[in-house]
Ligand binder design. Structure first.
Ligand SMILES: CC(C)(COP(=O)(O)OP(=O)(O)OC[C@H]1O[C@@H](n2cnc3c(N)ncnc32)[C@H](O)[C@@H]1OP(=O)(O)O)[C@@H](O)C(=O)NCCC(=O)NCCS
Length: 204
């Protein structure tokens, strides 16, 4: 399933980015990426991503049957990451959960959408039927990105989570059907990333 990687894609501004699975060797890159995020982004993330032990666990305890992590690299710099989380034995085994972060330097260039598209392709191969994302309701950028990609806000759980400053926040649950996302993202990529998704010479 991961044999299609590495894969080169082109962002809206023409920059070429490589997308590939996260590896054990990415610890330094991934930590540097998270350390480079501004406080206002980190505030809304589920984990303390600036804690080296958290990042070490993610790079060392890779278990693709539970989490498929992909990264985007611009030259040597890691500029985005996305993860597809699955469960194999409960009543949500047809549902995947996605998380995404892109570097400030590479936002509004289509990278979030392209990473989502990769995760949707992986979800399709795993025969998942639905995808969901959990986002703090005040995280306007993330809510806008997911709704722009066709996700629906299905529920808001009041005071359900605490942000990094330990303030209570409302949690929005956004979902979409994998089949619908596949169609929406194909159109979105065509019209949004004007320079074309796949860079010249990139594999299928
Ligand atoms: C949410 C996030 C991943 C978006 O990444 P991105 O690379 O900017 O995404 P894209 O460029 O593909 O944006 C896709 C669409 O989402 C919408 N969008 C994204 N960010 C937006 C913002 N801040 N405000 C308004 N709309 C936004 C736009 O409609 C955009 O399409 P357009 O640029 O053609 O109008 C990024 O802002 C981020 O990493 N945030 C911090 C981490 C986070 O909150 N992750 C979500 C929790 S899982």
């Amino acid at each position: 399933m991961l044999s299609r990687y590495p894969k080169n894609v082109r962002l809206k501004d023409g920059a070429e980015v490589e997308i590939r699975p996260l590896t054990e060797d990415d610890f330094d890159h991934l930590l540097a990426f998270f350390e480079g995020l501004p406080d206002e982004d980190v505030l809304f993330l589920r984990h303390d991503v600036r804690d080296p032990e958290v990042v070490r666990k993610w790079t060392e305890d890779l278990d693709l049957s539970r989490v498929i992590p992909i990264v985007a690299l611009f030259g040597d710099d890691l500029v985005g990451t996305g993860t597809l989380h699955t469960t194999s034995h409960d009543w949500t085994k047809h549902v995947g959960h996605i998380r995404l972060v892109t570097a400030r330097s590479h936002r509004h260039k289509g990278l979030g959408g392209l990473l989502t598209s990769e995760l949707v392709d992986l979800a399709t191969e795993l025969n998942l039927e639905k995808l969901q994302a959990y986002v703090i309701e005040d995280n306007i950028g993330a809510i806008k990105m997911f709704t722009a990609l066709g996700f629906r806000k299905e529920a808001v759980l009041k005071g359900m989570v605490k942000d990094r400053s330990w303030k209570s926040r409302d949690l929005a649950i956004l979902t979409n059907d994998v089949a619908d996302l596949d169609r929406i993202l194909e159109d979105w990529i065509q019209f949004s990333t004007l320079a074309g998704y796949r860079a010249p010479g990139a594999g299928a």
